[in-house]
Design a protein around this ligand. Structure first.
Ligand code: CUA
Length: 324
């Protein structure tokens, strides 16, 4: 397997460029940056020169300056031309990145409080981890299940809002194997900063291997022991952003938005639908239909429903059972 080392950046200010969408943005960025540097230095130097040159001297009387038409025209027209230049540098890249390649693979991206879920053309859903094939054109169909989020991959220089009740799109072709990051770039509540995901870009041969096991546990026998796999699914699904790491019901020392899960199994709980004995069926129902029986005191917090395959559910339930 690929040893996911962080990819070295080829740009001294920006994260590594890992998709075809990045170079046009970087070109515009570098152009505007160096353009600004040159003019900042030139204008500051001219300013200092004139300060010294026209410093008040004894015996010299200042004379009022008149109107100088040619100079007025020069410093109006030149910057206008520059502005068109800068606009052109940004706009060509924007137009280029707004067009999807023919036959792009479509992946659905769903934002919810507080995790990302990716759905492949096979219908398989993977939380918190987007796996892509190097050199294959993709189109992301982005939506939100609750509030406004923003799907942001700095390594692709791509960011698009995830709007409830509407689809938005981005397209790109990964150009470098390795790991990139997904952030949420729109403030969406308590655990906004924890709404992260990973992008794994695999060379075609490795991608084929991965695709065979799509929806199943990826990894060795020990990592795929139900409670262990369940723990990974728990983290990737973003369960920790509401129930705390390890389901402790605490985030950063204060009570988490979702109830504590450690030690929950086998207990009796008061819910909106009356008292419930916490068994496998209750956990299963609470993952698939979180609003069916809400623990007393948590009614105002809305957990989004999670869609999982039976074996994934089994693993997550095995993990929750193991939490003491
Ligand atoms: Cu989702 Cu911020």
């Amino acid at each position: 397997m690929l040893s996911f080392q962080p990819v070295e950046s080829d740009n001294f200010q920006l994260p590594p460029s890992m998709a075809d969408t990045a170079p046009p943005i970087d070109k515009a960025y570098d152009f505007i940056f160096w353009f600004s540097v040159v003019f900042t230095v030139a204008i500051t130097a001219a300013l200092l020169y004139f300060i010294v040159k026209y410093k008040r001297k004894p015996g010299v009387k200042p004379e009022p300056t008149g109107h100088f038409m040619k100079l007025e025209l020069f410093w109006t027209i030149t910057p206008t031309i520059f502005i068109f230049f800068l606009f052109h540098a940004g706009f060509t890249g924007y137009i280029r990145n707004a067009t999807a390649a023919e036959g792009a693979t479509e992946i659905r991206v769903r934002g919810k409080k507080w995790s990302w879920e990716f759905e492949y053309p096979t219908g398989d859903r993977e939380p918190g981890e987007l796996t892509l094939e190097l050199g294959r054109p993709y189109k992301m169909i982005i939506s939100s299940e609750d509030v406004l989020h923003s799907f942001y991959i700095p390594e692709f220089r791509m960011k698009r809002d995830a709007v409830p009740g509407q689809y938005s799109f981005i397209q790109f072709t990964p150009t470098k194997a390795g790991v990139a990051n997904v952030f949420c770039a729109e403030y969406c509540g308590t655990s906004h900063s924890g709404m992260l995901a990973t992008v794994k870009i695999l060379p075609p041969a490795e991608y084929k291997e991965w695709e065979k096991k799509l929806g199943d546990c990826q990894g060795g026998a020990e990592e795929c022991e139900p409670a262990k796999w369940g723990e990974r699914l728990f983290v990737k699904n973003g369960c920790t952003t509401c129930h705390g790491a390890g389901g402790t019901g605490e985030i950063g020392g204060s009570k988490s938005p979702g109830p504590k899960l450690a030690g929950l199994f086998g207990r009796d709980e008061n819910t909106t639908a009356g008292p419930v004995h916490v068994d496998e069926n209750y956990l299963r129902e609470s993952i698939l239909r979180p609003n069916a029986k809400i623990v007393a005191g948590y009614a105002t917090v809305q957990m989004p429903p999670f869609v999982m395959k039976d074996k994934q559910l089994d693993a997550v339930i095995a993990y929750i059972k193991s939490l003491k």
